[in-house]
Structure formats: structure tokens, C-alpha cells
Design a protein around this ligand. Structure first.
Ligand code: SMO
Length: 761
């Protein structure tokens, strides 16, 4: 247990600041002189632009600047951006049409930015935007998640962005053909809106010929590179900072068009310009999450061992190729395609489709929640169809031998999946379930038990740098390449450095999110932060200590100096120096080089967090209302660095999974209008919707990093949707319901019950 652990009652270092209104979010630090930017956005989901008249807006009160695509082009802005293009079945690359940062000749989703108005006040900017004359010619709107229809982009005929395939298709077909039992299931992964507490926003200012963009992101370097490219600047002339950030969840990890346009406006005006999305604007324009259809087919031999798995996916990319979009339901999904199971014959095929909807990109877990939901639902379905116990079916098929090679080419280094299942079964009191079900029935309620195991794979750059600078006050500054969005990085990094150096936590300062202060970094995403940053910090402390030992030995002539995490000492010597004292000595001797140490590490392999979620729900058949009654989770995160922060991540992850499973759904009509563009129409979970989460750990220690940890940031979302889905079906199955799909709103549940009753009548 950490010496600063929960037992001592020490909370997160950042909490007093963040919970008492002392957080410094981007709008808190916007210069008072900043002008206000407001984007005119497309009302149609698909239309050619036939005329754009900006004259009246430009002449309006308080307006300093109005920019459209042509203005940006005249300013030399590159305008077009696109994301990664996945390797296709045919060996080529997915279609990556360019997305102009302001619409040029057409708009392709409702909400796409057409023009920027910059004015003294936001109200003036809004008023002026209404004076813009935008004439359009409507085009057919594509919203259905099937390839076909008139192409939104000429580069993607039939709106097909890519056809991706992984695995031996023929071998898997043969394995399924020859299977003793074969089961198939369609799984809908509902589209969600990320809805970070702090919406997306930024300000840009130019100082001495350099651009500074402050933005609520998940790292500064991606933005820096895109800004430099778009504005044709030397990267050295671009500074990007991330102040406090109120939730990112993958959605804030990308370069977005608005930041480029705001930066260009600030350059043109020579004044700071700010933009902050309002809630509905964020819901309309933030990259959305999930939104795919999956069909899974699984085969078993006579002993109920899996012989083959085939998954076909249609993935909605939205209107453009956002940064990671093509990778998510393909390469990222494939990392955990087979979940915790030993499946030698597996194949996945994915069609990526462009539609006239907001772009879709990474959302907490990015591909891994989707893969686990599919495999866990089809496993549960198989158990139900084959009439066998779901735990037994899973137990029969879990991976037992490590390292285990995955279809993706990577390997799972360690785990004990059978143990995790067994612990979950015991902790969740499955033995007592029948009694609870009977008690529910006595009250007229339908109780269901749902299980879902999960396999996670941490993502993102395996490279990270840590720089430790010992300060004259006896403290230290730690420069990191990751970016907290509220997770508590400051706490965990400061405690780690304190534990390794003996420096008081109160004297440790964490510096993140400033491309001038930190040369490179991988940012935060993919559950990578503490693993990579912690490994880098450990390496930096190692180099710091080694340098100090060398200095003490040569300078004092003492042999065998060692450092125990608090003091430098040596046998047969009365030397006892804290890090601060050693630093002071080095400083006096002119050895400042010893006080500023950076190390860059590269993880040689990723780690595989895994676990099992166990859920009990109770449904009122009269109303369809569902209550999540019991929640047990057993995780294998390897070494726990900060148990209380881990619990926080698991809580938040489950809550987000619950949101997707039970209430969240982004709905477009057939004209591509978002019908769920406010919190009146789009429900998010509240604390009162959630039960106590009974969290347990069953760790196996990974050797893939020197900390032995596996990453926990996304795991809650990866396991929860499957467990809740399986619980809901389990509750409804006795009433004849055979198929359910998220979100499990009362109206949908009630309808399924009515349909089942009508069908059996
Ligand atoms: S959605 Mo994530 O930061 O892999």
C-alpha cells in the first residue's frame, strides 16, 4: 500500500483547487482583451453551397472579422485535414477525403462550420452570423448504416470508406461449417454523444510572431503539428497549452477545425480570439462515439470449445475521416477481438461508411468496449441457446497459457482469467441469486443476472519522456508528456516521485500541457498515462540517483553509496543525505547538470488489463423501468499504483458504460438532423441511477513495464455494457424476449415485453 494511500485519508492533490472553483480552465485564463468567435453552422446535413454573402455580417456592429473558406485560402491556410487511413482488404488505404476547416463548396453534416464571425461580444457575433446569406442546393442525405447511395465524397463511391479484413477467412468459414454448434447474434452499438462536463473551446493569441493556442485537449503535440501545417508555420513558432481540462474521454484528443480557424483569425486581427462551444453546439459538433452494427458467429465443438469466430462490422464514420476514426473498429477492435477466450480461428471484416452525420471518433475505450461487447453478448447468447451455464461456457474457453498470441499479432503476456471469473462469481454471490430472483418475483419484478468478462489492451504511443528538476527550495518539478483531463495525474505522479526520492509531495510540482516547456509527449488516451509516464519517471529518477551516487562517490571519496528512496548512505560512513541535501551539495560544487535529468522510455509491449463485471438488474414489467441493483467488478490491473484513483476510474468508466447501455442514444432523423441536441433529449446517468460498485482486484503482475501495472482508465467502459446487456436479456427471457439492444430505456423494454406477449398469444 502506498504510504500516501487512502488509509491516511489523503485525497487527490488537485481536489481542493478543482472543487472550490479554483480550477483554471481555458475560459478562466482567456485574456480579457480577447474577441469572441462564433461559428455559423450548416442547417442542412448535405447541400452544395451556391452563394455565401458575408457583406452584411462584416458591416454589423462590433464585428472585426468574418472568415469563410475562401478567406482562409487567401490567407494561405491549407484548409484540408484528414485522419489515419486504415489498410484495406485489398492492400490499399481507406478513402481519406479532406475535411475543410470551413466548408468550401458543400456542407456534409448539420452543424458543419461554414463561417467564423469575430466580434467584441458573443452576442454581436451571433447577431452578425444571422446576417450571413448562405444559399444552398440540397443533396440527398445519407444516414443509414449501409453502404450505398449517392457518394458524399467522390473518393468513396457508395460511401464506402474502406473494406477491412483480418484473419484467415476461409479457415474460419471451414471451422464454422464443421462446428457441432453454431450460434449467431447481431449486436447494435448505439451512437453516443460524449458530453464532457466542460465543452470544447480554445483561445488563440499571437505574441512576438508566435502563435499560442490554449485548448482543452488531451495533449498538445497533435494540435501543434496540425496548426503548424495548416498555417504554414515553423513548428517552433507554435505554442499549444492545455490548462485544466474538464473531461476528454478520447473526444478531446484530436485536432478539430475550429482551433485552426480561431488561430487564423487571431493572426489576421493581431488580437486574441476565443471560442467556447455551448452545450448544444458541442453535442452537434464534438466527435461522436461507437455507432456500429456487428454480426458475430461463433462455433463450438461437442465439448463446447470454441472452434471459430467471425465478426462482420459496419462502422459509421460520419461525414468526414476524423483523426483515428478508421482505426477504431478495425485495428483497435482487433486487439481484443476474441476477448479472454482461446480462439485459434478468428476473422473480422469491417466496412467503414460515410454518412451525413457528425464525424465519429474515439470514445473511452475506442474499439475495445465494442469488441468485448460483441464477444460477451454472443457468448451469453450461445450459453442460452445451448442451455448451458454461462460461467461454465466461459470457463471452458478462457485462455490459460501465456504468452497468448492474438489475431492482431500482439500477445497477451499474462493473466488468470479463470481466477477472475471465479472471484467474480464468489464476490457477486451468484449462489444467493436464486433467492434474490424469487424475492423480486414476489414483488412482481423481473430480476436478471448478467456476466461479462473483458480483455483490454492499452493503446497510444509506447514512448514517453519524464524530466525531473531539483529546485533550490528542496522540491522538484516533474515535466510530463501526458495530460490530465480530471483523472488525478498530479496526485499519482507527485506521489510516485515522492516515494522514489523522499521529496515531500507538497514540494513537487507537475508541469503538463505546454509545448514550450516540454518538447514531446504522447498525451493521454488508451489507458496509457500512468504506465508510460510512471515508467519514464522511474527511469528519470534512476538516472538522477545514479548521477548523484557517482558525484558523492567521486567528490566525497565514499565507496558504495546507495540510495534507499529517502537518503544516500554508505557502509562504514556516517553519510546520510536526503535528495535535497545531495542536490544542495551538487549545486554548491557547480554540478547543476545533476539537478536536471530527463529520460525517454519506450515500452516494448503493451499490457492487457482484464476483468469481469457481474450485474443484477430488476425490471418492472408494468412500466419497463429498470433498476441496476447490484454491481460487482473484479479487475486485473496488475500492480495498483494508487488504489483510490483506480477506484475512481472504474466508477467513472462503469457510469459511462451504464449511460450507453441504459439511456444514451444520439438520434438523427432521415434528413440528418440531430434530434438529441440538448440534455432535454439526451439523457446522461446521475449518481442516483447507480448502485454501490463492489470493486475487487485479482492482479497478475505484468513484466511489460517495470511498474508491473496494466492501466485502468477505460476498463470500466469495456466491461459494463456487456454485463448490463446480458442482465437485461436474462431478466426478460422468461417472458419470451429473445433479443435486446442498447439503450435499455423503459419504453424499449416495455415494447419488447408487449411484442413477446403478443407473439406468444
Ligand atoms: S478513447 Mo481512448 O483515449 O483510446
Amino acid at each position: 500500500m502506498s504510504k500516501f494511500g487512502a488509509a491516511q485519508g489523503v485525497g487527490r492533490l488537485e481536489d481542493i483547487r478543482l472543487l472550490t472553483g479554483e480550477g483554471r480552465y481555458v475560459d478562466d485564463i482567456t485574456p480579457k482583451t480577447a474577441l469572441h468567435g462564433y461559428f455559423l453552422r450548416a442547417q442542412m446535413a448535405h447541400a452544395g453551397i451556391t452563394a455565401l454573402d458575408l457583406a452584411a455580417a462584416r458591416a454589423a456592429d462590433g464585428v472585426h472579422l468574418v472568415l469563410a473558406a475562401a478567406d482562409l485560402e487567401a490567407m494561405g491556410v491549407i484548409l484540408g485535414m484528414t485522419g489515419a487511413q486504415v489498410r484495406t482488404r485489398q492492400g490499399g488505404k481507406g478513402a481519406g477525403p479532406e475535411r475543410p476547416v470551413l466548408a468550401r463548396d458543400a456542407v456534409r453534416y448539420a452543424g458543419e462550420a461554414v463561417a467564423l464571425v469575430v466580434a467584441d461580444s458573443l452576442a454581436q457575433a451571433r447577431d452578425a452570423a444571422e446576417l450571413i446569406g448562405l444559399d444552398v442546393e440540397e443533396r440527398p442525405v445519407i444516414t443509414a448504416l449501409v453502404p450505398g447511395g449517392e457518394a458524399i465524397h467522390p473518393q468513396a463511391p457508395g460511401n464506402l470508406a474502406f473494406d477491412y479484413s483480418l484473419g484467415d477467412e476461409a479457415a474460419v468459414a471451414a471451422a464454422l461449417e464443421g462446428a457441432a454448434h453454431r450460434v449467431a447474434l447481431d449486436v447494435v452499438h448505439n451512437r453516443i454523444i460524449v458530453a464532457s462536463m466542460e465543452p470544447r473551446g480554445c483561445f488563440a493569441e499571437w505574441q512576438d510572431g508566435r502563435l499560442h493556442l490554449a485548448v482543452n485537449g488531451q495533449g498538445v503535440w497533435v494540435q501543434k503539428a496540425e496548426l503548424a501545417r495548416q498555417l504554414r508555420l515553423d513548428p517552433a513558432a507554435v505554442r499549444v497549452t492545455n490548462p485544466d481540462v474538464g473531461g476528454g474521454f478520447g473526444m478531446k484528443g484530436m485536432a478539430y477545425p475550429e482551433y485552426i480557424v480561431i488561430a487564423a483569425a487571431a493572426r489576421a486581427l493581431g488580437r486574441p480570439v476565443r471560442w467556447m462551444s455551448d452545450r448544444s453546439e458541442a453535442m452537434l459538433t464534438d466527435n461522436a462515439g461507437r455507432d456500429l452494427l456487428a454480426r458475430a458467429e461463433i462455433g463450438f465443438d461437442a465439448d463446447l470449445k470454441i472452434t471459430g469466430l467471425r465478426v462482420h462490422i459496419v462502422s459509421n464514420l460520419g461525414a468526414y475521416n476524423s483523426q483515428f476514426a478508421q482505426m477504431i473498429q478495425t485495428e483497435l477492435y482487433s486487439k481484443v477481438l476474441t476477448g479472454i477466450y482461446d480462439i485459434k480461428a478468428a476473422h473480422m471484416g469491417v466496412l467503414g461508411v460515410y454518412t451525413n452525420t457528425t464525424p465519429v471518433d474515439a470514445y473511452r475505450g475506442a474499439g475495445r468496449p465494442e469488441a468485448n461487447l460483441t464477444i460477451e453478448r454472443v457468448m451469453d447468447h450461445a450459453a442460452r441457446v445451448l442451455g448451458v451455464d454461462g460461467f461454465d461456457l466461459r470457463m471452458r474457453n478462457v485462455i490459460k497459457d501465456f504468452p497468448y498470441p492474438l489475431l492482431s499479432g500482439a500477445q497477451v503476456d499474462c493473466g488468470d482469467f479463470a481466477n477472475v471469473l471465479a472471484v467474480a462469481r464468489a464476490r457477486g454471490d451468484v449462489a444467493g441469486y436464486a433467492k434474490r430472483k424469487a424475492a423480486s418475483a414476489a414483488r412482481g419484478k423481473l430480476r436478471g443476472l448478467g456476466v461479462a468478462s473483458y480483455l483490454e489492451a492499452i493503446l497510444g504511443s509506447p514512448v514517453e519522456t519524464a524530466r525531473v528538476v531539483l529546485q533550490p527550495d528542496g522540491g522538484a518539478t516533474l515535466y510530463v508528456g501526458t495530460q490530465s483531463n480530471g483523472q488525478g495525474h498530479e496526485t499519482v505522479y507527485a506521489r510516485m516521485l515522492s516515494e522514489q526520492t523522499g521529496i515531500d509531495v507538497a514540494l513537487i510540482r507537475i508541469v503538463q500541457g505546454d509545448s514550450d516547456a516540454i518538447a514531446t509527449g504522447g498525451g493521454t488516451g488508451g489507458s496509457r498515462s500512468v504506465t508510460v509516464q510512471g515508467t519514464a519517471t522511474k527511469a528519470a529518477v534512476g538516472a538522477l540517483v545514479a548521477g548523484m551516487i557517482d558525484f558523492l562517490q567521486s567528490d566525497v571519496g565514499v565507496k558504495e553509496v546507495s540510495f534507499d528512496g529517502t537518503v544516500f548512505s554508505a557502509p562504514n560512513s556516517n553519510m546520510s543525505l536526503t535528495m535535497a541535501e545531495a542536490a544542495e551539495w551538487a549545486r554548491e560544487k557547480g554540478r547543476d547538470d545533476l539537478l536536471d535529468v530527463a529520460q525517454t522510455i519506450k515500452l516494448q509491449a503493451g499490457s492487457y488489463p482484464n476483468g469481469c463485471h457481474l450485474v443484477e438488474v430488476e425490471i418492472d414489467p408494468e412500466t419497463g423501468a429498470m433498476v441496476m441493483d447490484r454491481y460487482t467488478v473484479v479487475d486485473d490491473f496488475g500492480t495498483l499504483i494508487s488504489p483510490e484513483l483506480v477506484a475512481g476510474q472504474v466508477h467513472g468508466g462503469i457510469a459511462q458504460g451504464f449511460g450507453q447501455a441504459v439511456m444514451e442514444l444520439a438520434v438523427y432523423d432521415d434528413q440528418g438532423q440531430l434530434l438529441t441536441g440538448s440534455f432535454m433529449d439526451y439523457a446522461l446517468p446521475r449518481a442516483t441511477d447507480l448502485p454501490y460498485f463492489d470493486i475487487h482486484h485479482a492482479p497478475t503482475i505484468t513484466q511489460t513495464n517495470p511498474l508491473g501495472m496494466k492501466g485502468c482508465g477505460e476498463a470500466g467502459t469495456v466491461g459494463s455494457c456487456g454485463a448490463i446487456s446480458n442482465a437485461v436479456l436474462d431478466a426478460l427471457a422468461p417472458r419470451g424476449v429473445t433479443s435486446v439492444d442498447m439503450p435499455f430505456t423503459p419504453a424499449r423494454i416495455w415494447t419488447w415485453l408487449q411484442e413477446a406477449q403478443a407473439g406468444s398469444a
